[in-house]
Design a protein around this ligand. Structure first.
Ligand SMILES: Cc1cc2nc3c(=O)[nH]c(=O)nc-3n(C[C@H](O)[C@H](O)[C@H](O)COP(=O)(O)OP(=O)(O)OC[C@H]3O[C@@H](n4cnc5c(N)ncnc54)[C@H](O)[C@@H]3O)c2cc1C
Length: 395
């Protein structure tokens, strides 16, 4: 029976729709039937195979798909549910699909020409091309306007030289979205950047894998561009408008990072719950100890609040409403609280938590990694404060 609205208030429906619930079931099935049985092998090989992308593509889960001549973008709520569910079992598999969809595919799909959509996005939507987004450089991360990679026009080709660092999926990527300075004399460096889409086998491109300790088995790479020549048709969106496109990509991406991070937190919480019920201590179980119960209560609130925040941001976006503040809140809360929750969950495992075979040890590292991309915590706080004057008036 539906709950009646509070007197003088209005009814807020917190349920997922029937379609979203059916989608969630489908994702759970995919995680159990496809990712779970293969995950150990992916970790051993430290690589995610092409079948992963193709299975996602078959289901239409790679951000967009074509229906006849029309492009269909999957609603943010469904994408967020998917990042959440996949990351619960494997934050590495979660970041791989998140980074491909919300960074690599999002920018060329949203601002790219028909040519770009036909040549790169259509195969990407089937899982036949993986696309990485390459903004960070050895000397510029949070400060996006400080990138050094240069692109100079020579005839009708751009010649690009620079270095990109910490690029997810780039080892196996079939296309790279690269930000570069195209107007070094612009008064405001934010008006002087452009995005390009580049095939990694273009002469002058070198991609080198980096060994890392987070988000296994997804790959991470360093990229060198030495006089890489690309035709003008490989410019994504507005010439000198690249900074805004990058920021638009990151703003939208925050909802997905928040969802992925709440999945990471839930994965750790589930393992802690199972461990607490099993672990005998002082003639009882960890679960029966009152202070431990208090801690589980606190962690349940984090898991619930984080999920509500990202779902609100996704709902705002799917309904054409301004979601910027909500996305920053969701991302900041999820990443800050997931660090606390996952570390607590690992600690609850006692000594067994440090064994390599125990996957609990991955979760705190993966939660830590989530905080960095799409704007560091300090940046999120500043963004939230930017909306504060208007936001406070609604109460
Ligand atoms: C595993 C992983 C995957 C990644 N994948 C990608 C990818 O696919 N594509 C891509 O382009 N990049 C990627 N990155 C890079 C990521 O986006 C950057 O690491 C991030 O932007 C931070 O930049 P930085 O590492 O240069 O750190 P810095 O920007 O140097 O930050 C250093 C410290 O300063 C703090 N800080 C930042 N801004 C402020 C501020 N305004 N006030 C106070 N303190 C501040 C930060 O919180 C941090 O603690 C990835 C990084 C990692 C670790």
């Amino acid at each position: 029976m539906a709950t009646p609205p509070a007197p003088g208030g209005f009814l807020v429906d917190f349920d997922l729709t029937d379609d979203e619930m059916a989608f969630d079931e489908e994702v759970r099935g995919f995680v159990d039937d496809f990712i779970r049985p293969n995950l150990a092998q992916w970790h051993n090989e430290r690589a995610i195979p092409r079948e992963y992308w193709q299975e996602l593509g078959k289901r239409g889960w790679l951000l967009v798909h074509k229906d006849g001549d029309d492009w269909v973008e999957r609603p943010m709520m469904e994408l967020a549910i998917m990042y959440d569910r996949i990351s619960e079992l494997s934050p590495g598999a979660g970041i791989a699909v998140f980074a491909n969809n919300q960074l690599g595919v999002y920018a060329p799909y949203t601002w790219g020409s028909e040519h770009i959509r036909d040549r790169w996005i259509e195969p990407a939507s089937r899982g036949d091309k993986v696309i990485s987004f390459c903004n960070t450089e050895p000397s510029a991360g949070s400060d996006v306007k400080a990138i050094q990679t240069q692109a100079k026009l020579d005839g009708d080709e751009w010649v690009i030289t620079g270095r990109k660092m910490y690029i997810t999926n780039a080892v196996e990527a079939d296309a790279l979205v690269v930000s570069a300075v195209t107007d070094p004399l612009a008064d405001d460096p934010r008006q002087g950047q452009t995005l390009f889409i580049i095939d990694p086998d273009t002469p002058g491109m070198k991609v080198r894998g980096l060994k890392k300790i987070v988000w296994e088995p997804a790959s991470l790479a360093f990229i060198q561009l030495d006089n890489v020549r690309v035709p003008e048709e490989q410019v994504i969106g507005d010439l000198h408008g690249g900074f805004d496109h990058t920021m638009g990509t990151f703003t939208n991406g925050r909802i997905g990072v928040a969802a992925m991070t709440m999945g990471t937190a839930t994965g750790a919480l589930r393992l802690a719950h199972q461990r607490a019920k099993r672990r005998k201590i002082y003639g009882t179980t960890l679960w029966e100890i009152r202070t431990k119960r208090h801690e589980f209560g606190d962690m349940a609130i984090i898991a619930e609040a984080g999920r509500l925040l990202y779902r609100k941001a996704a709902w705002l976006r799917d309904n054409g409403r301004d979601f910027k503040m909500a996305a920053s809140m969701a991302k900041l809360y999820a990443t800050e609280k997931a660090k606390e929750l996952t570390m607590w969950a690992a600690y609850l495992h006692g000594g067994s938590g440090v064994l390599e075979e125990n996957r609990i040890h991955r979760y705190p590292l993966d939660a830590w990694a989530s905080a960095m991309g799409e704007g560091a915590p300090e940046v999120q706080r500043l963004l939230i404060a930017r909306f504060f004057d208007e936001w406070i008036e609604q109460f």
